[in-house]
Design a protein around this ligand. Structure first.
Ligand SMILES: [Zn+2]
Ligand SMILES: [Zn+2]
Length: 212
């Protein structure tokens, strides 16, 4: 019969993992590990995390589980999350199998929050644009075109009513071209050099003239 070398309890009284009772085993061996500092980037405008996904409890849990190091098999986990300004407090309960024994581990973690605008919000709030779409004549096509541009990964920044139609200001020209092709719209395209970035790459602004 096994006797726990730490607390002296026997196999008859408590469950064992290897040569230790479950409680002493878990105290002695860290079965799950997290990095000492957890840092999560959160967009202050839309709340997206790490520039890609919604900051829901589900997604935060997914991110935490990726940060977790364990040799054991995770069976189940649940996260309770309390969000404060600069820190989020996470209580992660995990059920694992350690050498065949079912074990529950509860980790209280502090997540440091770095507020950083996601790409989408940064572009939206900046003045930057690289496409002008001049729609002339009936502008019935405008809404469908704008929707299609966004579907293609672009973004509508502004709209200006002009005498014979509307000017739509957008990023980025690749998405506009894709949308125009998708909707089979005929456009006269012209490019204008507007500058150079630090790496010497030329920057262009594209004008799409659509006459209906
Ligand atoms: Zn023990
Ligand atoms: Zn955002």
């Amino acid at each position: 019969m096994k006797i726990c070398p730490v607390c002296g309890r026997s196999e008859k009284e408590v469950e064992f993992i290897g040569n230790f009772c479950k409680k002493c085993y878990l105290k002695r061996f860290e079965v799950v590990k997290f990095p000492r500092k957890l840092v999560l980037r959160v967009c202050p405008i839309c709340g997206k995390i790490n520039n890609k996904e919604e900051g829901s409890v589900r997604n935060v849990k997914k991110w935490l589980l990726k940060k977790m190091r364990t040799e054991e098999e995770v069976e189940w986990s649940v996260l309770e999350l309390r969000k404060a300004k600069k820190k989020w407090f996470a209580k992660l309960s995990i059920i694992l199998r350690v050498k065949g024994v079912r074990v529950e581990v509860i980790k209280n973690l502090v997540i440091n929050i770095v507020k950083e605008k996601c790409d989408e919000c940064r572009i939206k709030s900046s003045e930057y644009f690289d496409s002008i779409i001049q729609i002339r004549g009936r502008n019935k096509i405008k809404r469908r075109l704008e929707e299609e541009i966004e579907k293609c990964g672009g973004m509508i920044k502004q709209e200006h009513e002009v005498k014979k139609g509307v000017d739509v200001i957008a990023v980025n020209s690749k998405a506009v071209i894709k949308a125009i092709n998708e909707l089979k719209i005929r456009a006269k395209i012209s490019k204008k050099l507007i500058g150079q970035n630090r790496e010497g790459k030329r920057k262009y602004r594209t004008t799409f003239l659509i006459k209906l």
